[in-house]
Design a protein around this ligand. Structure first.
Ligand SMILES: [Fe+2]
Ligand SMILES: [Fe+2]
Length: 167
């Protein structure tokens, strides 16, 4: 596999772990501040992000490429409130979508069809992630910023990890 592509996938592994650590920091804030439902929603998202990272890691490892474990960023411990958390989550998912698009572009430029095909799963996943982030923001409008109702709704999230995501 092309060295530049391997490097960029390694950077994306770190991005996916950092996504998980960002959401984990948000879990802590939500627990401390009395939003167990939002904490539950975000906790499931942490697991998803780690599965995204591992899927990339396994792709490199299975192709006999070096999968590095790069140091992760320090995440904040404080957030401005429940709505700012989910606004930040939306912004973060859009950023990740951009990163996945960059990887697709690089795979196209290198004519690496196998990796390009592998990345389709992530393109689809980012559509879902942005939809989920938007659905959360919509709850604030739906319940007219009644945070206890938003929290109760988020508590209902069930694991959506598919078999494919675990690979
Ligand atoms: Fe992700
Ligand atoms: Fe997802």
């Amino acid at each position: 596999m092309n060295a530049k592509l391997v490097e960029q996938i390694n950077i994306q592994i770190r991005e996916e772990y950092d996504s998980g650590f960002l959401y984990l920091a948000m879990v802590g804030w939500c627990r401390r501040n009395g939003y167990p439902g939002a904490a539950h929603w975000l906790q499931l998202q942490v697991q998803e992000e780690f599965s995204h990272a591992l899927k990339f890691f396994n792709y490199l490892a299975n192709n006999k490429e070096v999968a590095m474990v790069l140091p992760h960023k320090q995440q904040p411990t404080e957030f401005e409130g429940l709505l700012p958390i989910f606004q930040a989550a939306m912004k973060h998912e859009k950023y990740i979508t951009g990163k996945i698009k960059d990887l697709c572009k690089l795979a196209d430029e290198l004519d690496d069809k196998k990796t390009r095909q592998f990345l389709v799963w992530y393109e689809d996943e980012q559509v879902e992630e942005e939809e989920n982030a938007q659905a959360n923001l919509d709850l604030f409008k739906k319940f007219d910023n009644d945070f206890s109702k938003v929290d109760a709704q988020m508590a209902k999230r069930v694991i959506s990890t598919t078999e494919d995501e675990k690979k």
